[in-house]
Structures are given as structure tokens and as C-alpha cells.
Design a protein around this ligand. Structure first.
Ligand code: ATP
Ligand code: MG
Length: 426
């Protein structure tokens, strides 16, 4: 992609409304623009990152045996009345009417629609277990949309729903999803914790959240410094405990001491049990030929929130430092004097073709600007590797490789192996 043609409106300063670093950088890097409170347009660079995360999520969900569907965003009131949630959801549920004054809502989640699908299409325990997912836009009229796409009103979620014949089978699927979420977050190269969450009436360890650790996280979590123990302090607050007394105390599991950290909830897995299936009368025939209520689980990942969370964890004073797996482009060819020197223009295009042919995603900065402006933009948008073609190329046929992480080397342009070396372990 030629940078001169890319819709990339970078900004020197972040607009005042942006409070946290990811929101500032997403605006400055030309990834998103606000349309209304909590509602954003994704620009080409932002969308590329969003799609990369989406694809990692999709690949791992498919590998786990889950099946992808696409449910409607607009949902009829009648389904929500069956679970009492038309009332219960309160003002977060955006209600709309069609031209016949029939009531609908914009889907904040899809338990009702999916349970309706399964109860009308699955008859026997033999067809189970099923784990059905989608990657789709949700709408929640959040009381306080903030931090850009971190807490939006319209946002992209991967939501999965499992249907199991009994509790043991639900637990199996739950564990499979737990492992799948680990794989996803590892591929995204994020530092995360699995945290015991508020599971309401269900109790026990029926619900866990995946938190990306970051100073700007909205949640406060208590974690042990030497074991897996981690709990959302929301749970403790509900039980009337005093969080401050936990700091530096021995972990309740007997291993290590407690530290209080901030986390961004990027995923939530939940053993719902029979609650939705009972209220919506979702049954299958069991081995004995009798109607038996389905056991359900639900598993969400905030795909758009993950973009912001990744930036919160990967940035410096110059801008974003993308983990390789989700960088919008792998390489930026920074051509200095592109407009003035034919040799430079020609060599950078040749390199562009060569690298693209090798499977890399490449930007070519063919703009009239000088080295300073070009490098500033490249560092702001976080491209992992810059290849600088300028004076040294004219004089000695050499290029400079400069990684976003700070390594740099001068190499003959013919020595393309050095580029391969850079990506070898990534
Ligand atoms: P929160 O406590 O942050 O409001 P939640 O418990 O309402 O989250 P879930 O209903 O479990 O969230 O939704 C699944 C995932 O969707 C969350 O883990 C989060 O990553 C994402 N998500 C939820 N609300 C938003 C939002 N307003 N903006 C962006 N992502 C969101
Ligand atoms: Mg919420």
C-alpha cells in the first residue's frame, strides 16, 4: 500500500476528550473517528488490526470445534419477554419500533435468539454438544461510554453459546473454551490473568473473566504473586470485604502474597446452567426418551476492546508498539527523496514487490515529507520494521533496517535475508 494513497489522518496532538493512552493513540494514529458518544468509524489502519484480532479469534474458535453463525442485530421483544429480560435489562437495552409499531431491540447479547434457534432445530441428546458462535456488532446503551472503543455503545464481540446434555458435558465445553481463550491471548502476545468473577446466583467458580493487565483498566483485581489465584474485587465488595486489607496479605490459596492490580476485562466465560433453557423451554429427548432441559454455557470476547487493551500494554512515548501478530503492516519502506530521485523510487518499488511476494504486508512511504516526519508517523502507528532507503542507497546501495523496538543495522539492499532474520522468531 502506498502511504500517499492511504486514508491515514494522523494527529500531532490527541483531542481533549481522550483520557487514556489507547484512546489517544487510536485517534492520533488515524485508526478510529468518533461519530457519536461511544460510536466510532474504523478507518483502514484500525480496521486492519480489528480484522487480525477477529481472525485469530475465529481460527481458535474453529479449531476448538465451535461453529460460526451470524444472528441478527435486531431482535423481537417477544423473545426477550420469555426470559423477563425486556424489563430486567433496563435502559441499557436500546428499544426500537418498526413501521407497524412492533417492538424490537438492538442486540446487546444473544442468549434468547440462539436458544430459540436450538429449541426449534435440535431434538435429541445425540445431536449434542453444540457450541455455536458469531462475531458481530453489539449495542448497549452504556450509562458512561468512555475510553474510546474500550467502553463503547456499539462494539464488536465474539459470543459463543454451548448446549450440553448434562452438567459434566457443560464443564467439558467450559474447559475447552477456557483453553481456547488462553491460546487466543497468547497469540495476541498479551499479559493476562484468569480471574474468578461475580457469578451472581449461580455461585462457585461458574464464571471467570480474562483480564489484560494495564494501569488504565476499569477493574481492580487481587492476584497472588506466586500462584494462579486471582479474583475480581467486585466479588469481594459484594461480600462486604475490605480490599485494602488484602494488600500484601498471604494469598487465600496458601501460595504467595496478594497484589492489587488493574485489569481490562477482555473475555468472560460462564456456566449458565439451565436458567435460559428453563425459561424458554429448551429441551431435548434424553436416552430414556424423556424431555430434558438443556445445560448452557456462554463465552464472550470483546474483539474491539482487545484493540484498545493491546495498545494499553504496548506503547511508548513515540506511539504504538504492536505485537507482531496484530500489527496492521509488517514493514514500512521509508523512501527518503522518493519524489526527487528516480533511483530511490525505483529501488523502493522493487523492494516493495519483492517483500510483498514473500508474503509480508508492506507500506511504502512515497510522500514528499522528510525523514523526521516519515519516521514519526511510522513510530506512531507502530509498524514493526522500517526499511530506510535514502542517501546510503545512492552512495553504497545500502539500506537501514530499523525496528520499532529500537534495533538498527545497515545492510546491502541485495541482502534481503536480514529482513527474514528479523521476522524469524516472531
Ligand atoms: P463490563 O463489566 O466491562 O461491562 P460485561 O460483563 O457487561 O463487561 P459481557 O456481557 O460478559 O461483558 O460481554 C463480553 C465481553 O464483551 C466483555 O468481556 C468485554 O470484553 C466486551 N464488552 C462488554 N461491554 C463492552 C463495551 N461497552 N464496549 C466494548 N466491549 C465490551
Ligand atoms: Mg457491562
Amino acid at each position: 500500500m502506498l502511504l500517499s494513497k492511504l486514508l491515514l489522518p494522523t494527529l500531532k496532538e490527541a483531542p481533549q476528550e481522550a483520557e487514556v493512552i489507547s484512546h489517544k493513540l487510536m485517534l492520533r494514529a488515524g485508526m478510529i473517528r468518533k461519530v457519536a458518544s461511544g460510536i466510532y468509524t474504523w478507518l483502514p489502519l484500525g480496521l486492519k488490526v480489528l480484522r487480525k484480532i477477529e481472525n485469530i479469534v475465529r481460527e481458535e474458535m474453529n479449531a476448538s470445534g465451535a461453529q460460526e453463525v451470524l444472528m441478527p442485530m435486531v431482535q423481537p421483544k417477544e423473545l426477550w419477554e420469555e426470559t423477563n429480560r425486556w424489563e430486567k435489562m433496563g435502559p441499557e437495552l436500546l428499544r426500537i419500533q418498526d413501521r407497524h409499531q412492533r417492538d424490537f431491540c438492538l442486540g446487546p447479547t444473544h442468549e434468547e435468539v440462539i436458544t430459540d434457534l436450538i429449541r426449534t432445530n435440535v431434538r435429541s441428546y445425540k445431536e449434542l454438544p453444540l457450541n455455536i458462535y458469531q462475531i458481530q456488532t453489539k449495542f448497549r446503551d452504556e450509562i458512561r461510554p468512555r475510553y474510546g472503543v474500550m467502553r463503547g455503545r456499539e462494539f464488536l464481540m465474539k459470543d459463543a453459546y454451548s448446549f450440553n446434555a448434562d452438567e459434566a458435558c457443560l464443564q467439558d465445553t467450559y474447559l475447552t473454551m477456557r483453553n481456547t481463550y488462553k491460546k487466543i491471548l497468547e497469540r495476541l502476545d498479551l499479559d493476562y490473568k484468569i480471574v474468578a468473577a461475580d457469578s451472581g446466583a449461580i455461585g462457585g467458580d461458574a464464571s471467570e473473566e480474562f483480564h489484560v493487565l494495564a494501569e488504565n483498566g476499569e477493574d481492580t483485581i487481587a492476584i497472588s504473586d506466586s500462584s494462579e489465584f486471582a479474583i475480581n474485587t467486585e466479588v469481594l465488595l459484594k461480600e462486604g470485604e475490605d480490599i485494602s486489607s488484602l494488600e500484601g496479605k498471604p494469598s487465600p490459596d496458601g501460595n504467595g502474597t496478594i497484589q492489587i492490580k488493574k485489569g481490562i476485562e477482555v473475555g468472560h466465560i460462564f456456566q449458565l446452567g439451565k436458567i435460559y433453557a428453563e425459561s424458554m423451554k429448551a429441551n431435548v429427548l434424553n436416552k430414556e426418551g424423556r424431555a430434558s432441559t438443556l445445560h448452557m454455557g456462554c463465552y464472550g470476547i470483546g474483539v474491539s476492546r482487545l484493540v484498545a487493551a493491546a495498545i494499553e500494554q504496548n506503547n511508548d512515548e513515540k506511539g504504538i508498539v504492536w505485537p507482531h501478530s496484530i500489527a496492521p503492516y509488517d514493514i514500512n519502506i521509508v523512501a527518503i527523496g522518493y519524489d526527487k530521485n528516480e533511483q530511490i523510487a525505483e529501488a523502493s518499488h522493487e523492494l516493495y514487490e519483492q517483500l510483498t511476494g514473500m508474503g509480508y504486508e508492506v507500506l511504502l512511504d512515497d510522500r514528499k515529507d522528510g525523514y523526521g516526519t516519515k519516521m514519526k508517523d511510522s513510530e506512531l502507528i507502530g509498524i514493526p520494521l522500517n526499511i530506510i532507503i535514502g542517501k546510503q542507497f545512492i552512495e553504497n546501495k545500502e539500506i537501514e533496517l530499523k525496528s520499532r523496538a529500537g534495533e538498527s543495522s545497515i545492510n546491502p539492499i541485495s541482502d534481503i535475508e536480514t529482513v527474514l532474520d528479523f521476522f524469524k522468531d516472531k
